[in-house]
Design a protein around this ligand. Structure first.
Ligand code: ATP
Length: 337
């Protein structure tokens, strides 16, 4: 495999390629698979004969001129690691035009032609402004556990996050079953119920609450009674549900119906850990696709995988629209919970 790659590499006429200098950043919430993305984008750019830099801590690195040269060695032994070795941040300064002007000045000073940014909708809002205000070529890639972006079937990190959450809920189910208890498990997702819905169906939950559908606590209570007393009952609660978080919903169950509910909040455990094979492959494919997009002169777009194709979606669409939950999974939940 290695040999084949090398042979292919030698056949490439690097003299015919236009030389570029790019910077890769990871921004917003970290997601498993970001390292695999950096590795793939870096190596694809090296394959083109380009100079590659990493910006440390997302937009903070661009503002503070905190860049690190990237090569094969710098991206070795990273693919299986969670988090992002470049670091990430929520940069307050980048919200301001002065912050973005500083970032652009540093990019110009270093002769950087293009920015590849892996993150969520906030990251893409920032990237779009950098392009509009300073003419910098920007290409985004979806890196967030929430799977809330249009223009892709799945975001980098989502598969790992749902598998981590499912493993945790399977463990909770063992103890819930033994004691005949009710547990509500809160999973991440902010305004998007994708994690809760997929994990709820995958773990055989009896109740799934997501922001996209109406939660009817009286119906949940009736469902519990149908199961009978002393029976295990698992509810998966997505962040952002209109009835509140898992603690609030549990309190309402106690207050209104006298039902005792134990609450587990999975929290940041869902962000960590070694990325699944699916996330590593997705990240690798999108890393290469991002470099191809830069090479082809695309800008102000996000690369995503839809079906088996790579598609380019204007950045403005990625933060203008929320991805709805897949109708198929809603139907499954309806039948199976
Ligand atoms: P996640 O979905 O995992 O939270 P995200 O990319 O949406 O990822 P945010 O914190 O919303 O995470 O955004 C990342 C960064 O992008 C912000 O910290 C900020 O620096 C920049 N950013 C977000 N929104 C804007 C905006 N409206 N204008 C300029 N910059 C922005």
């Amino acid at each position: 495999m290695r040999k084949l790659f090398r042979r292919g590499h030698l056949q490439t006429n690097t003299a015919a390629m236009s030389s570029k200098r790019i910077v890769i950043i990871t921004s917003g919430g970290d997601a498993p698979g970001m390292n695999a993305f950096i590795r793939a984008a870096c190596r694809a750019a090296l394959h083109e004969g380009w100079d590659v830099y990493g910006g440390r801590r997302g937009y903070e690195g661009l503002i503070n001129d905190d860049f690190v040269p990237l090569d094969r060695a710098a991206t070795a032994n990273r693919i299986a690691r969670g988090g992002t070795f470049l670091g990430t941040a929520r940069s307050m300064e980048f919200f301001k035009p002065e912050g973005r002007a500083k970032a652009a000045a540093n990019l110009h000073k270093r002769g950087i032609d293009a920015l590849i940014a892996c993150g969520g909708d906030g990251t893409f809002r920032g990237a779009e402004l950098l392009q509009a205000e300073h003419g910098i070529q920007v290409v985004g890639a979806p890196g967030t556990i929430d799977n809330d972006l249009v223009g892709c079937d799945y975001t980098i990190g989502y598969d790992t996050a749902v598998n981590t959450a499912a493993e945790a809920i399977d463990r909770i189910r063992d103890t819930a079953e033994s004691h005949g208890r009710t547990f509500f498990v809160e999973v991440m997702g902010r305004h998007a119920g994708s994690i809760a819905m997929d994990v709820g169906v995958a773990c055989g939950a009896e109740f799934i609450a997501v922001p996209e559908t109406v939660t009817n606590l009286a119906e949940v209570c009736a469902h519990m009674h149908r199961k009978g007393p002393q029976k295990r009952f698992i509810g998966v609660i997505g962040e952002g549900d209109e009835e509140g978080d898992a603690t609030m919903i549990a309190a309402k169950m106690k207050e209104t119906y006298g039902i005792e509910v134990k609450v587990t909040i999975l929290g940041h455990i869902q962000r960590g850990g070694s990325p699944t094979v699916r996330d590593r492959i997705l990240a690798s494919r999108l890393g290469v696709a991002a470099v191809e997009a830069v090479r082809n002169g695309a800008s102000n777009i996000m690369v995503g995988e839809v079906g088996s194709s790579i598609v380019h979606t204007p950045l403005a669409e990625t933060f203008g629209t929320h991805k709805p939950i897949r109708p198929g999974i809603l139907q499954l939940a309806e039948i199976l919970t």
